[in-house]
Design a binder for this molecule. Sequence first.
Ligand SMILES: Cc1ncc(COP(=O)(O)O)c(C=O)c1O
Length: 427
Amino acid sequence: MSATDAGPRTSHLAPVWFSVTDLQVASGEGCWITTVEGDRYLDFTSGIAVTSTGHCHPAVVEAIRAEAGRFVHAQVNCYRHDLLEPLAELLDTITPAGIDTFFYCNSGAEATEGAVKLARQATGRPNVIVFQGSFHGRTHLAMAMTTSKTSYRAGHHTLPGGVFPAPFPHTVGTGLSEDEAVAQALDGVRYLLASQTAPTETAAMILEPVLGEGGYHPAPAAFLRGLREICDEHGILFVADEVQSGFCRTGRMFAIEESGVRPDILVMAKGIASGFPFAAIGAPAELMDRWPVGSHGGTYGGNPMGCAAAIATIGVLTADGFLANVNARGDQLRAGLREVASRHPVLADVRGPGLMVAAEFRDPATGAPDAGRTAAVIGHCRDEARLLLMGAGTWGNVIRFMPPLVVDDAEMALAVDAVAAAVDATA
Ligand SMILES: Cc1ncc(COP(=O)(O)O)c(C=O)c1O
């Protein structure tokens, strides 16, 4: 162990990972994790919206276990294993109409970058439009596309070019009605196309239907429809980044369904395989056919254990009653949080579909974002109630609730009580 100015190092791990907790965990089951000391915590982080079927769902564990005994790695360029097509067929049945052909990779960032490569090669255009407050990943192009916080980009400039951020419609803290916010943001997109990236040079717009890291802001349906119209007018592709919002998180299989808007490309990761690193890009066959053979790929994409985990995960997500539970628990959570808000104006907004729910904290006197109170509530829940929560938002004033989607009403009641006690105690 080497020494530093601060004393001897106690870890061989890179310190670059920020920490939500310093818990050392031994195991996970359902909505709960157990530490090496044997303490149980209710995990409303789901490992950043990943373990939607709960930690170690038996069907997913069994699928991975069985597949590992057959094939750990069956590289897709070298040969094709027998779960690639069945998973694609399954994705075809659950993704929005028109999305019928799939490419597999390993992470959300990789899928996002792949989607941009596809859009550029299919259209022959160089630029993409992203939206203020978005998060698309940590790799260089994904960093250039990410505008939710400067800390994700700081120290890395100059980032790849050809990325143009457009405004996202906000009502909380702006005094705008939803209609006004949508009209303003759509004007901003048109202005961008007139002033910075010509339509003929714009390959795609890429948008999270519910901003994730940016603070769990649902994009209004009218905004999504307006963007679709602009895309259709100019032959620009509409890319939905459903890395965080997909796979039942919002009470629908994909968040974009609520608006009825048809994406040209769908980006999927996180909840797709219950925590096995797996991601996918979906698009209509005629669009995928415009991606030159050999111009994209990857060593591990389509990993057989990942395919098995995804197939098992989709089986759990599509079982009778699964979505009904997501929506019922979401209603329970929002109602509980709104009750707290009625007593504490510092809890300025409760929003979000399904179990992609935000609680936003603002100083009632000034309307300014209250990151201090947000952190205090998260800390109180962790230390006093053993409930794990994470923050979000450009200003750090949002708690995002992303429990496993198998959460039951007793577990949800525990969480709501914990948050109520935390807001009371930190007043
Ligand atoms: C909407 C969205 N896109 C992309 C990513 C990047 O995914 P990954 O961390 O798997 O690279 C994330 C991660 O949080 C995300 O929320």
